[in-house]
Design a binder for this molecule. Structure first.
Ligand code: ADP
Ligand code: MG
Length: 214
């Protein structure tokens, strides 16, 4: 069972956005997906409700569970699903730690900036601590990458120097990500031929290789 957690102690790096878009790629391919919203702010849940308004759209199962015992409940919660995606806030470190312990894979959306690099090292430390209990894979995903990219180059070289695993795919700063969410859609549904959809498709392929699933 693959359990992906979207993690970053910093807010606004794209955790919920990526969780939703990846989850809906899996749904599109016929996988049984459970989305666990462990963020008390409930962005994932709000999206889910918006999406439910349109009965023609296939969705994932959704549970709201901002809980400190996810790592204990995960076996029961995940029964019968092919893929579980846990979306967390950043602020409550007990929920954060519990979600990481519940996961097999952690995706860390990070913006290419110095502030983000600083918060990244905290997140990586927490994952490292959880590895005392079980093996957990983690990869950084560069998100909201601007078109002009000196800063991105600098961020990438820091990540490389510190040997932090990173997705080859990066996501650009694209309004389609914002507009799609507002309408309860994935970027694939919103603008299938757009750049955001292209990037999400590429990312999903990379994730499937990482999880070793088809
Ligand atoms: N690649 C992107 N391009 C443009 N806007 C983005 C992108 N990724 C996320 N956003 C927007 O940035 C904001 C924060 O994203 P969100 O997924 O809510 O972050 P988090 O869950 O980490 O707090 C949202 O308004 C979202 O629509
Ligand atoms: Mg969020």
């Amino acid at each position: 069972m693959n359990i992906i957690c979207m993690a970053n102690e910093k807010g606004g790096t794209g955790k919920s956005t990526v969780a939703i878009n990846i989850g809906l790629m899996a749904v599109k391919e016929g996988k049984r997906v459970l989305f666990i919203d462990a963020d008390p702010q409930a962005s994932g849940f709000a999206f889910y409700e918006r999406r439910q308004e349109n009965e023609n759209l296939k969705s994932f199962q959704m549970v709201m569970k901002p809980s400190k015992s996810l790592h204990r409940d995960i076996d029961e919660l995940s029964r019968g699903f092919d893929l579980v995606i846990i979306d967390i806030g950043g602020r409550d470190s007990k929920i954060f730690r519990s979600a990481i312990l519940a996961s097999t894979h952690v995706i860390i959306p990070t913006q290419p900036s110095q502030f983000d690099l600083w918060s990244l090292s905290n997140t990586l430390d927490i994952i490292e601590e959880a590895r005392v209990f079980k093996p957990i894979e983690a990869k950084v995903l560069l998100n909201m990458v601007p078109a002009r990219a000196k800063l991105t180059e600098d961020t990438l070289s820091t990540i490389k120097e510190e040997e932090i695993p990173c997705f080859k795919t990066t996501l650009g700063f694209r309004v389609a990500f914002r507009e799609a969410i507002t309408q309860g859609l994935s970027v694939m549904e919103y603008e299938p031929k757009g750049k955001a959809a292209f990037e999400i498709k590429k990312l999903w392929e990379e994730i499937k290789t990482w999880l070793d699933i088809k």
